[in-house]
Design a protein around this ligand. Structure first.
Ligand SMILES: [Zn+2]
Ligand SMILES: [Zn+2]
Length: 172
């Protein structure tokens, strides 16, 4: 967990910090990332709000949704979060405040959890259907062969029985 102390920045209007990423993103259910994230988190005090921006890239360990071959896919997410300064100040002194779940996971009396911010950015950038290549031919639904590297073994043997009946009817 990487916690950024916010006590200085909430007091200085116009202050902007850019923090290079050198830590692993917070765990994301159903997604496995390899090692640390690259990029940076930017924190900016606008005078009324604390704004978090920047970009994070991490390598997703996944499988091709067509042929199920393991693959590594760089995923880049935009960090986008903001909170009124008054809210951040209240959190920092430990006052109970109401805020969105995403923000509540980031802010605590000790500061901002940057790994959580990065995790949230990456979740939004996860591909729905990762493929090893746009040309991936996937697995044969009949014999399960990987059609990128093998030949289908079920050609002819796997005719739909309804089509077979139709063929016989036509022959009669
Ligand atoms: Zn594939
Ligand atoms: Zn086949």
């Amino acid at each position: 967990m990487v916690i950024l102390d916010l006590t200085d920045i909430v007091e200085e209007t116009g202050k902007r910090w850019a923090i290079p990423l050198d830590f692993a993103p917070a765990p994301i259910p159903g997604a496995q990332f390899d090692g640390t994230a690259a990029g940076e988190v930017v924190v900016y005090n606008t005078g009324t709000e604390l704004v978090f921006g920047g970009q994070a890239t991490a390598v997703l360990q996944g499988v091709c949704s067509r042929c199920l071959t393991p693959l590594e896919l760089p995923v880049t997410g935009e960090i986008e979060a903001q909170a009124p300064l008054s809210l951040v100040e209240a959190v920092l002194v430990g006052k109970p405040v109401e805020m969105e779940l995403d923000l509540a996971a980031v802010l605590s009396p000790s500061g901002a959890n940057l790994a959580e911010l990065v995790g949230q950015a990456l979740v939004l950038a996860l591909p729905m259907h990762a493929v090893c290549s746009e040309e991936c031919r996937g697995l044969c639904a009949g014999c399960g062969q990987n059609l990128n590297t093998e030949t289908c073994r079920c050609e002819g043997a796997n005719t739909d029985p309804r089509l077979g009946a139709l063929a016989q009817w036509r022959r009669a």
